[in-house]
Design a protein around this ligand. Sequence first.
Ligand SMILES: [Zn+2]
Length: 536
Amino acid sequence: MGGVRLTFYGGIDEIGGNKILLEDGDRRLFLDFGFPYKRHKRFYEEYLKPRSGAGLLDPLAMGMLPPLEGLYRHDLMAPDLWHQFRKAEHYRQLEGVDGVLLSHAHLDHSGYISFLNGDIPVYSTAVTAFISKAMQDSGKADFDQQVCYFTPAYRDKPEGWQQPACLSGASAKQRQFCIADMNPEALNPEALQFWDYGFWEKKPRQKALDSCAMKGHHSCSLNLKCFPLDHSIPGACAWGIETGSGWIIYSGDLRLHGKRSQLTRKFIEEAGSLKPRALILEGTNVLRTGNVFERDVYDNGLKAIKVASGLVIADFPPRDIDRLTTFLQIARDTGRQLAILPKDAYLLKTMRLLEPEMPDVVSDDGIVIYQETVASKSPKVWIREICRECGHKVVLAEDISSAQDRFILCFSFWDLNELPSIRPRPGSLYVFSSSEPHDEEQEIDFRRLGHWLEHFGLKSFGLPVETADGWVIPEAEKGLHASGHACGADLLEVARGIKPQILIPVHTEHSDFYRENLSGSGVDVVLPSVGGTVEV
Ligand SMILES: [Zn+2]
């Protein structure tokens, strides 16, 4: 047996933050390198953040990044940084990492790639690479979420700290993406040109990405397989790695009840045929006994919106394109238009470069773009471009306000500060199509959301209410959110279908579930500890 080592630096007893090191001899890969939301929230909130000027010190000292000397960007380190971590638990020297196998573009899987040495490549599907770039281009650009490109913050000089370099686009560095499902020979010349000069093209303050096909990339000598999956963001995949101990499969996040469920079924079949040594499987919703389907969301949403008068606001998870198209269909079927934010328009436009069946934000009459009322005086390049291309369909608060029953406005809690400009008519409807609160901070936000609705006299549909048993969606308003994660029975179907020798649960707070339900199945369930190593 080859002695392959799997070390779990995140994703254990927490949903997200996956950072799994796979070592096979001198070959090393990370399976995701995610932002640890749960641990981050224990210490930080909106106005209490890791100090960007302190670089790696804060995330290392607060246990959000594992103390692995040699793994991270040099420009974020004070010269004496490692002195204080060499005696820390799980400290080790770690050099020569061949890459990160990224499962999808949710930040709890991708966010902390920002901190990795700039020469460590990321392996992903083309859609994941594109979404990651669109998210970064249109996001807040926090120093700890610069997944695709970053501006080196400090010059390496032995005499110590330097002031952060100006965060201009000019000196930004890009991380190499190795695209698993890109085969340049199979692409027609037009598509190839798109690839080289389209979205990837370098624009002012909007970096191009350095990319190559996975097949032509030689830094990793391991045999890899990428399995496309169904999840609540397009482009998700699982990974297979052929090691000295046999195939190791890493599921990322998945479901069997979404619009692309046939992808997950194909994954089960193909991964199973490899007779894998180990399966690292997510378990977000192991305790859930059933699924809501996107079709249910359509039916229930339509039922509520059909009879609504005044404005309809739809609140659903960002980057859930399936949900966006569900509400687009509801808008069409109720004689309304879907008003989306510029960043959603940018994401749709980006997705369409790879998936031509996506709605065309420029020409689709069903979609308009809501421009925030107090727009920046010097909007970023991506906003300017969206507004230039879609100028004929930009709507402002007064346009919505004067024709409220003609729109479904895609807003989340974070956009509610636009309401004083829109002044929704009393009796307008807030449709909540996302998950219930998971922690105290979200509970506070939910109470705040309630106050906004009350203040403007909005009715709600699908919104969880606080009861003695926690936050519960009223019975008659259920079925407005199809989760990105498989329920318990479906996860067992995945495990039994792939039938690995060893199953290692991650991305769950209930890892015992697999041990309880797979006993006698021939699958050995191994529960790792945080920072612990499993030899397979
Ligand atoms: Zn996810």
